[in-house]
Design a protein around this ligand. Sequence first.
Ligand SMILES: O=C(O)CCC(=O)C(=O)O
Length: 287
Amino acid sequence: MLTSEQISEYLANGFLTVNDVFTDHEINEMYEAFSCDEIQKHFRVNPSGFGFHLLEITTMHPLFLQYSCHPKVIDLIRPLLGDNIQLQHSKSTVKMPGASKGTIFWHQDFAYLPHTNTSLLTVMICVVDFTMENGCMQMVKGSHKLGVLNHRDEHGQETANDCTEEDAWQLPHEVVNIMPKKGGISIHHSLTLHASGDNHSTEPRYSLAFTYRASDAYQLADKVWEDTGLAVSGKSNHMINVRLESMVIPILQNTKRNPLGFPFGTAYRQTGKAVAEGRLKSPFLSA
Ligand SMILES: O=C(O)CCC(=O)C(=O)O
């Protein structure tokens, strides 16, 4: 369980590091799971980008499913999300050593997966020590209180470098290096601004990321992954109410980085087929 100090820290800063969550035995198990052929082949296919983000990892190995639902994780996040929790997505975050294989620009996760409320967070499980050298995450203290920042270009599309509001990670804002030890985790709020660099060490940075949501957060955009909506705490998905938070959400129209929608998916176009295909247009509006 989190102490009241840790809960206050998360609420104030928008992130938290907790060490000594998993034993060496559990970490070795995860490491072994990463080593299976099915998973390894993904890390090597894309030398220049998002090969390290392999989504739906819970469907690829039973151990990853087990750890996404593990009481050690769920007991820690229950005070932050409430009793009814679902998985929103799962992924490997394995940074291979080398330039341009793992840079993540400043962003808020919520900008890519907006919901009706912001009760979403990500747990990163560190299978090795996280260091500046191997591309640990950096987070801006208190940025979860800034609302949803702009991640769009003038056409409403995702920008190449994610968040456009540079002031948000300059002084007086404080940037913190998030460096859990092997077996530790970090937890960050879906609005916490974060980034990470390449892995300049000689070893892969093995880690897993599970994004969870309060079950009353209803998804507005981005892909529904195979494991989205998996109940990990409390009631199953029946009879869940939807909770609305008052906010403005700049919905991304597309993802430039990858038209197929991997890894972030595209905003759902909430239009019927005839409208989407341009067969139906108002006779009173110009294009
Ligand atoms: O793995 C990392 O260093 C960062 C991952 C990240 O920011 C994300 O997936 O949103």
